[in-house]
Write a protein that binds this ligand. Structure first.
Ligand code: BTN
Length: 245
């Protein structure tokens, strides 16, 4: 895939919402279209959690992807995007880890997140998926500490400030390789790289959503990117959604 020149907007509700609305309204959006916002007024993540970003200081953007994968296959797309973005962020001299299914961490702090939303729009039998990324670029410690969960930024990690457009360019340069690999071979084609980067492999974790939490050892990842959890009874179970704690 190739990304088009990003289209920058000063202020939008959410770059994901704008692209999803355009698709619903029948607007034809080309593959690789990138919408970036200087400011989002209603940025959100998984489970509709508020996404904190500072106007002009942090990176918020979404792009459009058409994929031949089924709904089940698309479950691992955030993992491919997280992996590619982690590789891109490492070029700033930090060590970026991934956390299943869509988080980017540096040390124990979240530096970025990915939100993939599949639309019902089919073009030549390919689903249109909106992929949104939020990266904490120039967020300062005092803002990061208001998020409620450990958070960090490129600035906190390196002591330097970065133009958000430069960070976007680097991500857009590196991501196609990972998305192409995923498109061709699905999660199995990126599994080894994912495992080498992801947190908590072999550790005792709690995973799930709401009250539906399960504990066990993080044993690995299945062919669709589902988490494999070995319970106390010794059985390995597939986990498809939720957060790892
Ligand atoms: C998460 O960690 O749950 C995912 C966060 C995704 C945030 C990005 S910012 C750009 C795009 N627009 C949104 O409203 N969300 C995504």
């Amino acid at each position: 895939m190739k990304f088009l020149q990003p289209e920058w907007h000063d202020k939008v509700s959410s770059t994901n919402t704008v692209l999803m609305d355009w698709l619903k309204d029948g607007v034809t959006i080309p593959m690789g279209f990138v919408l970036a916002a200087v400011e989002q007024t209603a940025g959100h993540g998984r489970y509709n959690r508020h996404w904190v970003s500072q106007s002009g200081l942090d990176l918020t953007f979404s792009f459009l992807l058409y994929t031949k994968h089924t709904i089940e296959g698309i479950a691992s797309l955030p993992m491919a995007v997280a992996l590619g973005t982690a590789v891109a962020l490492d070029t700033f001299g930090i060590i970026t880890k991934t956390k299943w299914p869509n988080d980017l961490l540096v040390r124990k702090g979240k530096i970025g997140g990915i939100l993939c939303e599949k639309s019902n729009f089919l073009y030549k039998e390919e689903y249109a998926v909106v992929v949104g990324l939020g990266i904490n670029v120039n967020m300062q410690e005092e803002n990061a500490s208001t998020i409620g969960k450990p958070a960090t930024s490129l600035r906190i990690e390196t002591g330097r400030m970065y133009p958000i457009k430069d960070v976007l360019d680097i991500i857009l340069e590196i991501l196609p390789h990972w998305i192409d690999r995923w498109e061709q071979g699905g999660f199995p084609s990126i599994r080894d790289d994912w495992i080498a980067r992801c947190c908590h492999m072999g550790e005792h974790i709690t995973v799930g959503e709401g009250k539906n939490l399960k504990s066990g050892i993080l044993e690995g990842f299945g062919d669709k990117g589902q988490l494999l959890l070995r319970g106390d009874d010794g059985y390995v179970r597939d986990v498809w959604t939720g957060d790892v704690e």
